[in-house]
Design a protein around this ligand. Structure first.
Ligand SMILES: NC(=O)c1ccc[n+]([C@@H]2O[C@H](COP(=O)([O-])OP(=O)(O)OC[C@H]3O[C@@H](n4cnc5c(N)ncnc54)[C@H](O)[C@@H]3O)[C@@H](O)[C@H]2O)c1
Length: 315
């Protein structure tokens, strides 16, 4: 059932996941505004979307951006697990500090409903059993994972004290078009690019550990299904529920590209979670959502997008 509110502010909406949420929200008839300090990397401004340029840490810009919006989706984050190790203090000072400053503003009801993007891959750490349910103990092993968990707890606290309504989503590993194949995160587009460019793929560890990968359009559909089912102050995994190893993914990608890469195995990184698969029973029971894109179809969509983007960039 559609909530009365229909103008959504995407903070950090010009990134990979935000760009797909923009599409899904517009498709569902929502008005969309984006607050981001950068434009989208891979496409021009989307017609019908209002853009505010700046940082959510700047409260003046934030107040201007939330004006007239009913729902805020918080996607902005400047690190990923590996880069967060270089400056663990920055996680607390920049990401957590700015987030607390932002929701502190909302206790005066500037906006009442928040969707917070946490991380299913990082907050649980190395799970005790699989699949991981939302009630499992969270034992993050990177500064990024700790920061995500802290922000979840602050949201709970502000909600308890001041009545903010929220949904926390813990996505597994999303992949798909517009994920930066030159970036620090996202093995699938990075592997595609390396195979296409005949570069060696480095694997930390033996490549046999399994993780859960989800097509990004399915993730966007899941988030909108939660918004439409109401803000129940709850945490939801969003996942495929299927574990895949890096070696099996390289096989899939090699078949699509028609060539095999050179692989080098390097020492496992201690902050990498070894095996993780998330249960999506909770969201399915609440909204009926299930992932609908097969892994193979998702890979093909990703491959086509990377090929087109690379060829347009070389013109
Ligand atoms: N991509 C993944 O694998 C994954 C998995 C689980 C959770 N998440 C979380 O989902 C969210 C979105 O991920 P993504 O992959 O789209 O990230 P992304 O890096 O592609 O996008 C983040 C966006 O936030 C913007 N941003 C960063 N700091 C900002 C600030 N201070 N003010 C305004 N804008 C700012 C960036 O310019 C960027 O456009 C993040 O919170 C991320 O931690 C991502």
């Amino acid at each position: 059932m559609r909530q009365e509110a229909s103008r959504v502010l995407l903070v950090g909406g010009n990134g990979f996941i935000g760009s797909h949420l923009i599409d899904e929200l517009l498709r569902k008839g929502y008005s969309v505004r984006v607050l981001d300090r950068n434009p989208e990397i891979f496409r021009k401004a989307v017609p019908g979307v209002e853009y505010v340029t700046g940082s959510f840490a700047d409260l003046f810009t934030l107040r201007e951006a939330v004006e007239g919006c009913d729902i805020l989706i918080h996607l902005a984050h400047s690190t990923v697990p590996s880069t967060s190790l270089n400056h663990p203090e920055e996680e607390v000072l920049a990401s957590v500090g700015a987030f607390v400053n932002m929701i502190n503003c909302f206790k005066h009801k500037a906006i009442g409903k928040i969707v917070y993007f946490s991380s299913g891959g990082a907050v649980y750490g190395n799970p005790e059993s699989l699949p991981v349910f939302e009630e499992a103990r969270a034992k993050p092993i990177s500064p990024y994972g700790v920061a995500k968990l802290m922000m979840e707890k602050y949201l709970y606290m502000f909600s308890y004290l001041y009545g903010l309504e929220y949904i926390i989503v813990r996505p597994s590993n999303p992949f798909g078009p517009r994920q930066n194949y030159m970036g620090e995160q996202g093995v699938i587009p990075i592997f595609f690019r390396k195979i296409l460019d005949d570069e060696t793929i480095s694997i930390w560890g033996d490549g046999k550990g399994t993780k859960d990968y989800l097509y990004v359009e399915d993730l966007a559909g899941a988030v909108v299904s939660l918004i439409e089912s109401g803000f129940d102050k709850s945490i939801y995994n969003i996942s495929s529920g299927i574990g895949r190893s890096l070696l099996s993914i390289i096989d899939n990608i090699s078949n699509i590209c028609g060539k095999r890469p050179n692989i080098e195995f390097v020492a496992k990184r201690t902050h990498d979670v070894s095996n993780i698969t998330l249960s999506f029973d909770k969201i399915r029971n609440r909204t009926g959502w299930v992932p609908t894109t097969t892994f193979e179809d998702g890979l093909i969509q990703t491959f086509k997008w990377i090929q087109n983007t690379k060829s347009n960039m070389s013109k």
